[in-house]
Design a protein around this ligand. Structure first.
Ligand code: PEP
Length: 249
């Protein structure tokens, strides 16, 4: 049985006042039947981990550096995230691939460092609108998976998130057939590379404009083990609807 995970990515949103949303989440889902993860901005990781201690909600970072320490002004290491109480870290989000020119090799190195530090790496992949229109989606995803996932990946230390770039924050959602096609492809690629024991047990999340209103349908798609959620994770009232849909899937 693969682990189901509802993961929230707050991106560059939230101050200490936003932590009140977490109290609502804990109250509404004291014992969720799926994993629940919130990745706040780095400034809130420690406070969120402290606030969620003893609850079922896990805390994650949104990125980490590939080096364990050193002269990298403004960056954050995997060990620092662990020290602050994080259990997960997102690597290779398309916004980092675009804004910070991160390559598959960079993401591979980050994931390797993160998992060596004891974090679960949530490794993102996804095609652009142009790439989909050009019929290159599966080629792009295949190359990103091959380049970004380190050899050291296991079902315990790695989660994959498929996030079509054109669906992130746009309200545009692929058809269920399109989601299913890519998730089946990812599952096949993971099994081919890592064998059934690992490849069939790595959770694969869908991300891109997931909301309470479309979550039931998305979670019913084969090989969708949860969601990576941006906008709808900021408000507990929305995110609880997504958690409930995943619990019932
Ligand atoms: C994301 O940023 O990973 C994301 C999926 O955003 P949204 O849910 O807002 O589309």
């Amino acid at each position: 049985m693969r682990n189901k995970l509802a993961a929230g990515n707050w991106k560059m949103n939230g101050t200490s006042a936003s932590l009140a949303e977490i109290d609502t989440l804990i109250t509404s889902h004291p014992t969720p039947k799926c994993g629940v993860l919130i990745c706040p901005p780095a400034t809130l990781v420690g406070a969120m981990a402290a606030r969620t201690k003893g609850s079922a909600i896990a805390t994650g970072g949104q990125d980490c550096h590939a080096d364990t320490s050193g002269a990298h002004t403004g960056d954050i290491s995997a060990d620092m995230l662990v020290d602050a109480g994080a259990s997960h870290v997102i690597v290779g989000h398309s916004e980092r691939r675009q804004d910070h020119h991160e390559s598959d090799a960079d993401i591979n190195a980050k994931a390797k460092t993160a998992t060596a530090a004891g974090l679960i790496a949530v490794i993102c992949c996804g095609e652009s609108d142009d790439q989909r229109v050009a019929g290159k989606t599966l080629d792009i995803i295949g190359a990103q998976l091959a380049g970004s996932i380190p050899e050291t990946a296991t079902a315990e230390n790695t989660v994959v998130a498929y996030e079509p770039i054109w669906a992130i924050g746009t309200g545009k959602v692929p058809t269920l057939e399109q989601i299913g096609e890519v998730h089946d492809f990812i599952r096949g690629a993971l099994i081919k590379r890592f064998g059934t024991e690992i490849g069939d047990n790595i959770s694969v999340l869908y991300g891109g404009s997931v909301k309470p209103s479309n979550a039931d349908d998305i979670f019913a798609v084969n090989n969708v083990d949860g969601a990576l959620v941006g906008g709808a994770s900021l408000k507990a009232v929305d995110f609880t609807g997504i958690i409930t849909a995943l619990e019932n899937s």
